[in-house]
Design a protein around this ligand. Sequence first.
Ligand SMILES: CC(C)(COP(=O)(O)OP(=O)(O)OC[C@H]1O[C@@H](n2cnc3c(N)ncnc32)[C@H](O)[C@@H]1OP(=O)(O)O)[C@@H](O)C(=O)NCCC(=O)NCCS
Length: 181
Amino acid sequence: MSEEWIVIRKALPEDARGIAKVHIDTWRSTYTGIIPNDYLAKLSYERAENVWRERISTHEPLGVIFVAAIPNGRIVGFVTGGAERTGEHSYDGEIYAIYVFKEFQRRGVGRRLTSAICQQLVQEGFHSLIIWVLRENPSRSFYEGLGGEKVAEQEIEIGGVSLPEVGYGWEDIRQLFEMKM
Ligand SMILES: CC(C)(COP(=O)(O)OP(=O)(O)OC[C@H]1O[C@@H](n2cnc3c(N)ncnc32)[C@H](O)[C@@H]1OP(=O)(O)O)[C@@H](O)C(=O)NCCC(=O)NCCS
């Protein structure tokens, strides 16, 4: 199902609060049982809002940010991406984070956010893409459904625990916005 009434647009500084809410609530709904509970419990909306406002204003260090908004203006999802961060992979672009509120998942919002940011990345001169996802995250199927190939693995430390991540790669970013919506 595609929700055409959900608008996808570039983030504005006043979206920081809504993005922080999606970020923290979706971390909690997705990562409970994967990331330590005390780490998830300590996440602060206020701190996250400040961080996101700064990121939107400066585009640093998280490149471009798109949001998904419903007609009353509420932000229900976001995506950020830009240059690949490590220089260790053959992919030049990266999606750093993509989150959609649990109650808005599986309605095509993730696909539309991915398509929007990939069009932007191509305009900025990027050709290929990598996305990292926790190995235990059930949303891995989202990337597999978009044609991502498992190309790398690494460990990431979150909340004092080392967690395996899988990198999905696309040789040609255009695959991700020429997809059927
Ligand atoms: C991953 C995420 C951004 C995808 O956004 P979304 O709006 O739910 O995705 P879409 O509705 O566009 O899904 C497109 C397709 O991806 C696949 N898919 C998406 N989420 C899936 C899941 N949890 N399990 C299995 N398949 C999934 C399905 O094939 C889906 O198509 P279908 O619903 O017609 O079967 C969103 O589910 C989310 O925020 N998940 C929790 C947070 C997260 O894991 N973020 C990624 C961290 S790297």
